[in-house]
Design a protein around this ligand. Structure first.
Ligand code: GSH
Length: 197
């Protein structure tokens, strides 16, 4: 199995944490999705990381699908069985991935030439992140056990906000989420995947 990755991608971090939690080893090959000459679209037509090529040549994307594929090999620790347990985990994953999508859009908007940037667009993404953090504050249950795909996605979303938007501490006004974070931040798979430039 070969994972195409970039070091700062929070979606790649999801896959890396999932593999570690499942005890799977992935071969890793760097990719530069924003380089116009990247070969990534030959594997993932969307041109995005993460992209995973399985041993039989099948290419899996995006991060929820890759994580589910890895879980099928392990098997079955990160996606709880049965709708009653599985849907809550998927809801958390959707919320956390949505935080990432909005935060990445906001970051990219801020990297456009100043005369092309739309403050209202950045504010819209910031508001989506803020609302969804409040939603998580209300939804998160006391502990992260059993650790599942929803928890992994939340780790990556909160970690990305610390990485890119550290000045706007998401912990302020969200004590339950902050307490939850303090229970997961020293987990080996989390500690060993902290993003850096
Ligand atoms: N929904 C996708 C998002 C993947 C994604 O947006 N990756 C970014 C890097 S953080 C990327 O490769 N962007 C390149 C592009 O949008 O062209 C997932 O969960 O894997």
């Amino acid at each position: 199995m070969k994972l195409r990755y970039s070091t700062t991608s929070p979606y790649v971090r999801k896959v890396t944490i999932a593999a570690q939690e499942l005890g799977l080893t992935l071969a890793r090959a760097p990719a530069a999705p924003w380089d116009p000459d990247t070969d990534l679209p030959k594997e993932n037509p969307l041109g995005k990381v993460p992209s995973l090529t399985a041993d039989d040549g099948t290419v899996y994307f995006d991060s929820p699908v890759i994580c589910e594929y890895l879980d099928s090999l392990a098997p079955g620790k990160l996606f709880p069985a049965g709708h009653a347990a599985r849907l809550p985990a998927l809801r958390l994953q959707a919320a956390a991935d949505g935080i990432l999508d909005a935060a990445v859009l906001r970051l990219l908007e801020g990297r456009r030439p100043p005369e092309l940037q739309m403050e209202s667009w950045r504010n819209r993404q910031q508001a989506a992140v803020s609302r969804t953090l409040d939603w998580l504050e209300a939804e998160i249950s006391a502990g992260p056990e059993p650790f599942h795909i929803g928890h992994i996605a939340i780790v990556c979303a909160l970690g990305y906000l610390d990485f890119r938007f550290a000045a706007e501490d998401w912990r302020v006004g969200r004590p339950r989420l902050a307490a939850w974070w303090s229970q997961v931040e020293n987990r080996p798979s989390v500690r060993e995947t902290v993003p850096e430039e």
